[in-house]
Structures are given as C-alpha cells and as structure tokens.
Design a protein around this ligand. Structure first.
Ligand code: GLN
Length: 489
C-alpha cells in the first residue's frame, strides 16, 4: 500500500469517494511529509497549513452531505508563487514583492478552489519566472529530490520538486519558454503547458504576455487532465483566454495510440544533447510505435532561430511588464531624495541580476533605432517558426521530442554563464513562440537522473497529447519511480 502522500490524484479521489480516507487525513499526510523533507528540498516559499486543514474539513463536510463532487474535491495541491492567491503572499521569488499579499485570486486558483482543491502553499521559482534552475529565486534555491546537489530545473522548480518529493499530489506552474516542461523532465514528473489562451492569465504576474501560460504538474497524464479540466476555459477578465469549449480531458484517455501519426523533428536532437537523454527519448518512440503509432521524421527548419527570437521578444515584453514595480503602488520601497532617486533605489535593490539583465536587453531591443532591427525582425521570424509547426501538423497528429538537452545539472554549475542556462530551453522555446501545447512524461533515466519525453500538439489539441501520454504511462512505469529521500532526522 503506498503512503497517502504518494497517491495519484485519481487514486486519492477513489479512496475519498469510498470513504476509506478523509481529506483531512490526506492533507495531514502531505503536511507531515512537507515537515519531514522540506529542509532538504526547499520547494515552498510559504506553507498555508491552517488554510489547508480548513479547506480539507470543508471538503469532508461536502462529501458527507453527499453532494456531487469534482475530481479535485479535497485534493491537496501547491501553487507557483507567480500566481496570485488572496490573502497569501505572492512574491514571484523577488525581493521587490517580498511583502505583497494580493487582494484577489488568479482565475486558475479561484477555479481550483471552486473545484474543492486544498491549497498547501506557494512554491519557489526563479525571480519573475526568469530562469531554468530556480537558483534565481531571491530567497533560496530548490533542490532536486533525486539528487539534492542538483537543480530541479526552472522556473517552476518548486512545483516540480514538490510533486516529485511527495509534498503535493499536483501543482500549478507557469511556462513562458519551458518553465513547466523542463522542470517536469528534470524531476521525473508529468507536466503540461497548455495552448496559449487555453487557461486564463488573470492573476498570473506577467513576464512575457504573448508567451505565458499556467499549467499543471502531477504524477500522471490522467491527473494533469483532471487539473486542466478544472482551470481551462474562457474568462471575462482575460480577453486572450479562448472561448473554445473545454472537452472532458479525462474521458479522452482511451489508452489507444493506434494510427496516431507521431512526427520526430530532426532539429531537436541538438548538438551537445546528452547521449543518455537521446537514448531514453528514442526508446520512448519505440514504445509508441509498438502501441500502433506511426512514427515518422519531420522537419521544423527554423528551430535554430527560436533561442535568439525568444531572447528578444520575452525580454522586450518583460521590460514593459516590469515597469510597474515602482515601489509606490505595491512592493518594498527604498526611500530616496526624489521620485526618480527612490525609483532607482527601489528597482536597484528589489530586482536581482537576471531580472535587471532582461530589462536591459528588452529596453534596448525596443528602443528607437533598434526596434526594426531586433523586435520587428524577431516577430517576423516567430511567424516562420509557427508556420513550421502548422506545416508539420499537416503530416502528423503530434510531435515527439526531447524536453531538454541534459538531465538535472549541479547547483552553481551554470549560474555564471547565462548563455549555457538559456541553452537549457532550446527544445521548449519554439512551442511557446508558436503558442502550441506541450506535455512532458517521464521516459527513463540517464546517469540515474530522470529524462522526460516532450509531446507537442496542435492548438487546443491537449486531449490528444494527454491520450498519448496516458497510453504511454499504461505500458511503462517510469512515472511510478520515486526518489529515495530520507526524512529529516
Ligand atoms: N528559462 C526561460 C527563461 O528564462 C523560460 C522561463 C519560463 O518559461 N518562465 O526565460
């Protein structure tokens, strides 16, 4: 019998529905697990234990009253700290928002609460989600539960590590250039970046507004389907949240991939990809083929431009979005002699080095005289990258590729080399530039560290991705492996 903190959401729901456990017992098991391993993992910036127990009691009362229950009713989840939570600090991993308590819930959080989910706390991340290792958190780095000397990936490293360590059954993250998929790969959990517009961004603190999406982490594709079903859909508060109806994602999990056409982009097996990563991904393709999928090579010829294009567009949008942190309306203010002096001191002390680097890159790319050479050109190439996907999806139903070129690297290994850090995302950035959905499922190990298979779908093709991921997980057991994490003495 697995420990309660090791259950999948679907298993927990069955046991709750059968009355074998209560949500309070489940939530206490998670809070005990957090107490036992959090000193080592450091996935959380804030733990909302009192609120969690209160929500669990309410869930138990609803079940006892026999009302219809949602699949997430009474299920403990964690939330990345760039997503607003009414009454709970939302720091974005930044000193400048260290004391910020939002007065409202993000739409995704409000929908989880409506579905009865229990909120365990807020998870660590790179400052304003800029990074690939969670080392850029202004507070402390998170450790990979598979090897505590290594990073969990980023920027949603706290959410991925929490699920991997048994500190939450699922979590919300955000993905602007890979921040759900790369940490899912590095921590051996399942993660989904939905189509741009599938989930409302209301209450997601903006980084790159044309790229940002909220999505789930969990142990299985099925659990990701349950969370996505709860948070997706149109929202009057975000005009980019698409009106497309939300399918029953869990009902789409037929376990069958027969006849599914899977394209493998040759450009994603980049120079410098770790041989063990490539081997695990290629073995996963064989599993899909054995299940009856038709695996063919495709080409996404503009892939090599995705990194430079992203590092113009994302910083440009970030420099505009982060202009609001002036210390006047919210955040930690540094006193000064004049408004300008105060602004300089506040932003100088409040933002870390990577955030300042992005603001400078973005401001430069948008400045008069450079706009056409950089920003406009980048947007034009972005169109070509999107067209690559559109053309590939005329031949295939989904695309399968590596998620990151490496497994989890050592803490400190890449912090002095921003370019090496940016290269972590070569296989994930194009998907955000094109607005497509991407699912990552654990597919093996290299040097005893987890590797994730990335499945990319057509816009609003999440159901097909989840079906393929679930079918893969029915015949493999990589997603059931757990790190050997000894509880604190
Ligand atoms: N690692 C990428 C960056 O630093 C992507 C981050 C993200 O997806 N939020 O911008």
């Amino acid at each position: 019998m697995p420990e309660l903190y090791e259950l999948t959401i679907a298993e927990a729901r069955e046991r709750l529905d059968r009355g074998e456990i209560t949500s309070v017992q489940l939530t206490e098991a998670l809070l005990d697990r957090i107490a036992a391993v959090e000193n080592q993992v450091r996935a959380f910036l804030a733990i909302s234990d009192d609120l969690a127990i209160e929500q669990a009691r309410a869930a138990d009362a609803r079940r006892a009253a026999g009302g219809p229950s949602s699949p997430l009713d009474g299920v403990p989840l964690a939330i990345k700290d760039v997503i607003t939570t009414a009454g709970l600090t939302t720091t974005c991993g930044s000193k400048i928002l260290e004391n910020f308590v939002p007065p409202y819930d993000a739409t995704a959080v409000a929908r989880l609460k409506d579905a009865g989910a229990v909120l365990l706390g807020k998870t660590n991340c790179d400052e304003f989600a800029m990074g690939s290792s969670t080392e850029r958190s202004a507070f402390f780095p998170t450790h990979n539960p598979w090897d505590l000397a290594r990073v969990p990936g980023g920027s949603s490293g706290g959410s991925a590590a929490a699920v991997a360590a048994g500190e939450a059954l699922g979590a919300l993250g955000t993905d602007t250039g890979g921040s759900i998929r790369q940490p899912a790969s590095l921590c051996g959990v399942t993660g989904l970046k939905p189509t741009y517009g599938r989930v409302s961004r209301y209450g997601l603190v903006a980084f790159g507004s044309s790229l940002d999406q909220i999505g789930p982490f969990a142990r299985t594709a099925r659990d990701c389907a349950l969370i996505l079903g709860a948070i997706a859909g149109a929202d009057p508060r975000d005009s980019t949240a698409a009106p497309q109806p939300v399918p029953d994602y869990a009902a789409a999990l037929s376990g069958d991939v027969r006849g599914l056409r899977v394209g493998v982009p040759k450009e994603y097996f980049v120079d410098g990809i770790e041989p063990g990563v490539e081997a695990a991904v290629r073995a996963a393709l064989d599993v899909l083929r054995d299940g009856g999928a038709e695996v063919v090579e495709v080409s996404l010829p503009h892939t090599k431009y995705a990194l430079p294009v992203y590092y113009i567009i994302a910083p440009a949008e970030a420099s505009a979005n982060l202009a609001r942190y002036d210390g006047v309306r919210y955040g930690v203010k540094q006193p000064g002699d004049s408004y300008w002096d105060e602004l300089e001191r506040t932003r100088g002390a409040g933002f870390g080095a990577e955030v300042r680097r992005r603001i400078m890159l973005g401001t430069y790319a948008l400045s008069a005289g450079y706009y056409d050479a950089y920003y406009r050109r980048a947007q034009q190439v972005r169109t070509l990258i999107r067209r690559d996907f559109t053309e590939a999806f005329e031949q295939v139903d989904i695309i399968a590729a590596p998620t990151a070129p490496t497994v989890a690297f050592k803490i400190g290994e890449k912090t002095d080399d921003p370019l090496a850090m940016y290269l972590e995302d070569v296989c994930t950035l194009p998907v955000n530039l094109a607005g497509m959905p991407g699912l990552v499922v654990p597919c093996g190990f290299s040097s005893e560290l987890p590797v994730g298979l990335q499945l990319i779908g057509r816009p609003f093709g999440e159901a097909t991705l989840l079906r393929a991921g679930d079918a893969y997980q029915r015949v493999t057991d990589w997603h059931t492996r757990r790190p050997a994490l000894a509880p604190d003495a």
